[in-house]
Design a protein around this ligand. Sequence first.
Ligand SMILES: NC(=O)c1ccc[n+]([C@@H]2O[C@H](COP(=O)([O-])OP(=O)(O)OC[C@H]3O[C@@H](n4cnc5c(N)ncnc54)[C@H](OP(=O)(O)O)[C@@H]3O)[C@@H](O)[C@H]2O)c1
Length: 297
Amino acid sequence: MKILIIGSGGQLGADCVEILGQSHRTAAVDYPEIDITDARSVAAACSLHQPETIINCAAYTAVDRCETDAAAAWAVNADGPGLIGKAATDLGARVFHISTDYVFDGNKPVPEPYTEDDPVNPLSGYGRSKLAGERNLLAACPDAVILRTAWLYSAHGPNFLKTMLRMALSDPRRTFTIVDDQFGSLTWSYTLARQIEKLLDSSLHGVLHATSDGYSSWFEAACYFLRQMEVEHSFVACTTEDYPTPAKRPANSILRNKVLDDNGLSIFPTWQNDLDAFVAQFRDQLIAETKKLLDKA
Ligand SMILES: NC(=O)c1ccc[n+]([C@@H]2O[C@H](COP(=O)([O-])OP(=O)(O)OC[C@H]3O[C@@H](n4cnc5c(N)ncnc54)[C@H](OP(=O)(O)O)[C@@H]3O)[C@@H](O)[C@H]2O)c1
């Protein structure tokens, strides 16, 4: 299959390139080679590569910055998917697009998960822009597949786990406070890329939830990760109130992959199992990279 992967330099994009490149003809594009806010740029990439499938991993993912850089975030997260949907429809290509747990307000009691049937009500500019992206894409391309994922990490690019590792290695005895009253499902982008590969052969479309099984708080996830990494740390739990951020985040964004489960298609293990596999594969590399960064600082 000819697949165009947009946002190929990001966490998920890089994993999609690696996995799908093994058994498909892939073309990988990222900003500035493609700008998904520009209809001509999207059409030109589609015309050049003539994909049968487009996977859009590109997004404006800096959640707090979406509050202050709202127009740019909207152009990428809300308008971009609509433009990709239109180009895909013109070409007769199928689209896979990625959305977020932050489309929910988190008012359900923990650990009640959100399914695809639950009403959305984003709390942040990021969540609102991603929700508008879902709707714009489906309006332009009703057969598109939208995977809502959460709390992504990978070996590529910055993410929460890498920040935790940097903090711990910078001073194992320094007390850092980590939020312990927001709950979600840490998800390895490599597994999400494998899930996308599995869906290439299915006829599913519309919105699907796609996260690891189980849930934790940010604090629990950070401590579990550093324990598996065997990195000494002095983290303590704090509340959202103790750690104010520009963007409001849902207290509960645990997702249930109901559609994938009902169709026997989910490949996600528990977040702990995936994190164990991630650590086994990347521990030495992550520590070496982080020490290098700290030496330079
Ligand atoms: N990260 C998370 O925790 C998380 C959670 C839930 C859902 N998601 C969703 O999952 C998807 C993948 O996330 P990720 O963490 O892999 O993202 P990422 O690492 O931030 O990568 C996003 C990629 O999009 C590119 N991009 C930004 N603006 C663009 C534009 N106008 N045109 C073309 N490319 C552009 C970026 O390029 P530059 O680096 O040059 O800007 C980057 O390569 C996104 O849809 C995101 O919203 C992520």
